[in-house]
Design a protein around this ligand. Structure first.
Ligand code: 48H
Length: 264
C-alpha cells in the first residue's frame, strides 16, 4: 500500500482535535506530570472521572527520572510499597523498611498505567493562569510551552474543571498564581504561601501527606507543592511521600465529587 503523507497529517489533526474537544470541560485538571500528578490522575481516571494532566515538558516523570543526584534508583519506604504494587511495579527490598526501584522503569510504568486508566496527558503545555469566579477557581489558562520558552506574545486558551491540583513540585506554580492574582486568602496559617523549608526526610514525608489538601476553593495541592505551600521541609530522594500524596489527593477529590453528584 502506498503511503499518502496528507493522510498522515490529517490523522494527527483529526485525532488530536477530537481528544482536545472532549477535554474542554473535565472533572479534574492536574498541573504537573511528576510522580504525585501521575498517581493522582491515574487513580481518578481509573474511578471513571474525566481527568486531564498538563505537563510543560516533552516527557512526564518530573524529578523521578534522575533518582538522587542522577543515580537512577529511587528509594521508597515501607508505607508506600502498596502504591507501587497497585501500579504493578515490583520493588526490591534494600533493608528493613527501605525498598528500591529503577527510576526509569518506575516513571514509564506510572505513565503507562495512567494512560491505560484513561488519564489524558497533555505534554508540551504549560498552565499559566487560572479561570476564576467570585467563589472559586473554575478552570485553567493553558498555552504551548514553546510559546512560553520563546517569550512570544500569543494569547492562551482555557479549559474548565470542577477541581484542579497543583503538582508542579518545588515551584508550586499554580498556588503562586492564585496567591498573586485571585482575591481571597489561601487556607494556610498566614493566608499566604508559606514556602518550603530545608531538608528533613522523616518529617517531610509525614507532612507531605498532612499538607495534601485544598488550599483555595477548587484548588488542591499534592506532592512537593504541598510542602512548599504549607511550609514543610524537603525530603531528598525518597519518593514514597509523592506516591502517597498523589493517592490521597485523588481520594479527597473523589469524596468531594461523590458528595456533590453521587457515585460515578
Ligand atoms: C505544566 C508544569 C508547570 C506548569 C511545573 O517536581 P515533580 O517531580 O513533582 P512531584 O511533587 O510529583 O515530585 C517531586 C519530586 O520529583 C522531587 O522533586 C522531590 C521528592 N524532591 C525532594 C528534594 O528534597 O528535592 O514534577 C513537577 C512537574 C514537572 O514535570 C514540571 O515540568 C511540571 O510539573 N510543571 N507543567 N504547567 N505551570 N510547572
Amino acid at each position: 500500500m502506498a503511503l499518502d503523507e496528507r493522510i498522515i497529517t490529517q490523522a494527527i489533526l483529526d485525532r488530536w482535535h477530537q481528544k482536545f474537544r472532549e477535554s474542554l470541560d473535565v472533572d479534574v485538571c492536574i498541573v504537573g506530570g511528576g510522580p504525585s500528578g501521575l498517581v493522582a490522575g491515574s487513580f481518578l481516571a481509573g474511578w471513571g472521572y474525566k481527568v486531564s494532566l498538563y505537563e510543560r515538558k516533552l516527557s512526564v516523570g518530573g524529578g523521578m527520572w534522575g533518582g538522587g543526584m542522577m543515580l537512577n534508583e529511587i528509594v521508597v519506604q515501607e508505607e508506600a510499597r502498596g502504591v507501587l504494587e497497585a501500579f504493578g511495579i515490583p520493588c526490591r527490598p534494600y533493608m528493613d523498611g527501605y525498598h528500591c526501584v529503577d527510576s526509569v522503569y518506575c516513571v514509564t510504568s506510572l505513565a503507562a498505567r495512567a494512560c491505560e486508566a484513561g488519564l489524558r496527558i497533555w505534554n508540551l503545555m504549560s498552565v499559566e493562569d487560572v479561570v476564576m469566579r467570585d467563589d472559586r477557581v473554575t478552570g485553567l489558562v493553558i498555552n504551548w510551552s514553546a510559546v512560553e520558552t520563546a517569550r512570544l506574545h500569543v494569547d492562551p486558551l482555557t479549559v474548565s474543571c470542577r477541581f484542579c491540583v497543583d503538582t508542579t513540585g518545588h515551584a508550586c506554580e499554580l498556588v503562586h498564581v492564585v496567591e498573586r492574582k485571585v482575591p481571597g486568602k489561601l487556607h494556610t496559617p498566614t493566608g499566604k504561601l508559606e514556602g518550603e523549608k530545608s531538608l528533613w526526610a522523616e518529617k517531610a514525608e509525614q507532612l507531605t501527606l498532612e499538607n495534601t489538601r485544598e488550599v483555595f476553593p477548587g484548588v488542591y495541592v499534592a506532592g512537593m507543592a504541598a510542602n512548599a505551600t504549607f511550609g514543610g521541609p524537603r525530603m531528598g530522594p525518597i519518593f514514597g511521600g509523592m506516591l502517597l500524596s498523589g493517592k490521597k489527593v485523588a481520594e479527597c477529590i473523589r469524596d468531594r465529587l461523590v458528595s456533590e453528584r453521587g457515585p460515578t
